[in-house]
Design a protein around this ligand. Structure first.
Ligand SMILES: Nc1ncnc2c1ncn2[C@@H]1O[C@H](COP(=O)(O)OP(=O)(O)OP(=O)(O)O)[C@@H](O)[C@H]1O
Ligand SMILES: [Mg+2]
Length: 272
């Protein structure tokens, strides 16, 4: 974004092209990580990239619910050793690949199913996701909200992290807590920011500027702004219909914003 506050050093970081495994994180819950992960998957796929979504919300998975899937396996069966990651993949969700479809590894079913997984098991899970990602151009990891050890461990294993905020102060403080915890674990981590559910661009830029200032003051770096996704009623409508947003409303504002976000991630954020 041209009006995002950036030093020369931050602009250089922003030029980075996002790596193939992206973790979608937030501090606060309900900011739109899952909806955004699915819309991103569709947008990457539309650009010809074979894309995998891994629902790694170990406590309260719901990618399958948002898409109306009935997967044969999930992360729970993988952790229990009943299925391999490859066997648990649900293929061509949201349509054929040529029309924006993508593959999904569903999250553990049952509330709190894997929430207390020990950290070495989370490490094995991260390694399994990294191995599965080799068959894809893009892998998106939809994380749980918050800065739990297991969530941060999965984020740190990804090439890049997209931190989702909105214009509510709680989302900013919680996102800051997440980034701080991530940087303790992985000193070089420099997550990209997405402002989701934005009532307008000005409010989104204000939220980003506040967040960026706090990170700069207390952590010494400015996370680059990768994009803004507008508030769009088509998003909850698609979830209620358990349908992929890009199929149901291919031309809505949120789909267009996510397409711009994907271009930014592919071309280097500064190029937008
Ligand atoms: N751009 C948007 N415009 C309008 N509503 C949105 C937008 N993005 C997300 N929402 C709404 O926000 C709610 C939460 O979305 P979602 O479940 O994707 O959030 P989440 O961050 O994954 O939540 P959790 O932390 O529980 O995993 C949904 O009702 C969804 O419709
Ligand atoms: Mg979610």
């Amino acid at each position: 974004m041209t009006d995002a506050p950036q030093s020369a050093e931050d602009a250089a970081a922003a030029k980075r092209i996002a790596g193939p495994v992206l973790a979608i994180a937030s501090g606060k819950g309900g900011v739109g990580k899952t909806a955004l992960s699915l819309a991103l998957a569709q947008a990457f796929s539309r650009r010809g990239q074979r894309t995998l979504v891994v629902d790694a919300d170990l406590g309260m998975a719901n990618v399958d619910v948002q898409l109306g899937l009935n997967p044969a396996g999930d992360l729970g069966s993988i952790v229990a050793g009943r299925l391999t990651l490859a066997e648990a993949v649900a293929e061509a969700c949201g349509g054929a690949q040529t029309r924006g479809g993508f593959d999904v590894i569903a999250g553990p079913s049952g509330s709190g199913a894997l929430a207390s997984l020990d950290i070495s098991a989370v490490g094995r899970l991260a390694a399994g996701v990294a191995a599965a990602s080799l068959d894809y151009d893009r892998t998106l990891i939809d994380l749980a909200a918050g800065a739990e050890r297991s969530t941060v461990r999965l984020a740190a294993a990804a090439d890049d992290v997209l931190i989702v905020i909105n214009d509510e102060p709680t989302s900013l403080t919680d996102a800051y807590a997440f980034v701080k915890t991530l940087r303790v674990r992985d000193e070089g981590a420099a997550p990209f920011v997405v402002v989701n559910n934005a009532p307008d661009r000005e409010a989104a830029h204000r939220a980003y500027a506040t967040f960026a200032r706090t990170c700069k003051s207390f952590l010494g770096f400015t996370p680059p702004l990768a994009g803004i996704v507008r508030r769009d009623e088509h998003v909850p409508m698609a979830i209620r219909a358990q349908a992929a947003l890009g199929v149901r409303s291919p031309d809505c504002a949120a789909v267009r914003d996510v397409a711009a976000l994907v271009r930014a991630l592919e071309q280097g954020v500064e190029a937008r």
